[in-house]
Design a protein around this ligand. Structure first.
Ligand SMILES: O=C(O)C1=C[C@@H](OP(=O)(O)O)[C@@H](O)[C@H](O)C1
Ligand SMILES: C=C(OP(=O)(O)O)C(=O)O
Length: 447
């Protein structure tokens, strides 16, 4: 199911990555709002008891899909006047106290993990049936543990037996709450999904992760969920190594400002790192739960100099990029950017703790090794990551598999390797539609 306006953008011709001919890339880049915070605030605003305002939200395919999904369930999201540089603020009219779906809701998840995982528990709170589907690539992304959690809570979920899209949630108008145990080793979003909707459950939710198959990846994203709930006055806490609890309660109307997307800041910071330039990103939050804050620690490992002062993150690239050995389990979404840096480093690198990337927009471990090797790289997939040896790269096409972070990884390589053609640069619209323009301006020194 793909609807007009939300369909996956396809570029007819590959994008010639801007090449600065050996000059350092320097400048200041303001990045739009965080995808993860925008979609959490939208969900919580839909569950609130009063209207909300979300300021400086991300406007992208993933947030448009979320807005559309919430609309299918009965919430209304409208733009406010006086848009900022990256679009208007949003007013959210929440779902009614007892939402009723008068006809079957049709939810297009696109390729958005936050939509496919966060919205089914919301649908469970409605009386009626909601059908979920998405892009072809979304139909292989894991969702089984969210469905399993809902079933343990007494919700009827109909899927094709694979724990993936397409599926239907037959909501009974309320969800009991109680204790639920799932395997969240595949994605932190399984945990966040159930915690968010628990604000409207009948009784507290105690959510446990069964760690037989491994830990929960991207834990800062679970902390982000808890922080968003707590900031709204909800009692939400981590009660054990692998256990969380949410006390249901009325959520007052939110008035929140979305932080810039620190993961999406990564490629711009990387531009300085690989060319020996200096790039600054303003409005860097002093305290944040975004995994992208890990850039503070990751970039110096490559030999770069990082300075965060008065809310401005500045990085200066080294003369020679060092190889790294990094456990990225806490911030797996940074891995494609990090892998591009590793491919341009002078020493060998090892990225670990990211087996779950096989369930991201594409199997990112397979995609990164195939595309880097296709350009002459020396990359080996391991069970939980990548080993990347230094190797001279050559011109060629970088395939992106509908993955926005593959596209930005290709752009980073293109700064050092002439003749890189990135397939479907438009796929960056998933979380950063402005990417091609911001990138061209930065490389041209036009900022
Ligand atoms: O909750 C969120 O907003 C996200 C959680 C993480 O998912 P995984 O735990 O599947 O890595 C992250 O990679 C994704 O980009 C966004
Ligand atoms: C994994 C990602 O996205 P999603 O929210 O679709 O899981 C990502 O943006 O890197």
């Amino acid at each position: 199911m793909t609807r007009s306006g939300l369909s996956h953008p396809q570029d007819p011709a590959p994008w010639p990555a801007p090449f600065p001919h050996g000059s350092p890339v320097s400048g200041t880049v303001a990045v739009p709002g965080s995808k993860s915070l925008t979609n959490r605030y939208l969900v919580l605003a839909a569950l609130a008891a009063e209207p909300s305002v979300v300021r400086k939200p991300l406007h992208s395919r993933d947030s448009a899909l979320m807005i559309s999904a919430l609309g299918e369930l009965g919430a209304t999201v409208t733009p406010l006047p006086d848009p900022g540089p990256f679009g208007p603020d949003l007013r959210v009219e929440p779902l009614p106290p007892h939402p009723v779906l008068t006809s079957r809701a049709r939810i297009d998840c696109g390729l958005a993990g936050t939509v496919m995982r966060f919205v089914p528990p919301l649908a469970a709170l409605c009386s009626g049936t909601a059908d979920f589907d998405g892009d072809a690539a979304a139909r292989v992304r894991p969702m089984g543990p969210v469905l399993e959690g809902l079933r343990q809570l007494g919700v009827q979920v109909v899927d094709e037996g694979r724990g993936t899209l397409p599926l239907s949630v037959v909501g009974g108008g309320s969800v009991a709450g109680g204790t639920v145990t799932i395997d969240a080793s595949g994605s932190s979003q399984f945990v966040s999904a159930l915690l968010l909707s628990a604000v409207r459950f009948e009784a507290p939710l105690v959510l446990r992760h069964d760690d037989t198959a491994g830990g929960v990846p991207s834990l800062p994203h679970v902390e982000m969920t808890l922080a968003v709930l707590r900031d709204a006055g909800i009692a939400a806490e981590r009660t054990g190594d692998h256990e969380w609890r949410v006390q249901p309660g009325a959520v007052p109307g939110l008035d929140v400002t979305v932080e810039p997307d620190l993961s999406n800041a990564g490629p711009f910071l990387a531009a300085a790192v690989v060319t020996g330039g200096t790039v600054s990103v303003p409005d860097w939050p002093a305290h944040t739960t975004q995994g992208g804050d890990h850039w503070r620690h990751i970039l110096p490992r490559f030999g770069a100099r990082v300075d965060v002062r008065d809310g401005v993150f500045t990085v200066t690239g080294p003369e020679r990029l060092r190889g790294v050995d990094l456990d990225l389990s806490e911030a797996g979404e940074l891995a494609p950017t990090v892998a591009a840096l590793c491919a341009l480093a002078s020493g060998p690198s090892r990225l670990r703790g990211i087996a779950h990337l096989r369930g991201h927009e594409t199997d990112r471990l397979a995609a990164l090794s195939a595309e880097l090797n296709g350009l002459g790289g020396s990359v080996r997939e391991t069970a939980d990551g990548l080993e990347i040896q230094p190797a001279p790269l050559h011109a060629g096409q970088f395939h992106t598999y509908h993955d926005h972070r593959m596209a930005t990884a290709g752009a980073i390589l293109g700064l050092r390797v002439p003749g890189i053609l990135v397939e479907n640069i438009g796929t960056t619209a998933k979380t950063l539609p402005e990417f091609p323009q911001l990138w061209a301006d930065l490389v041209a020194g036009d900022h």
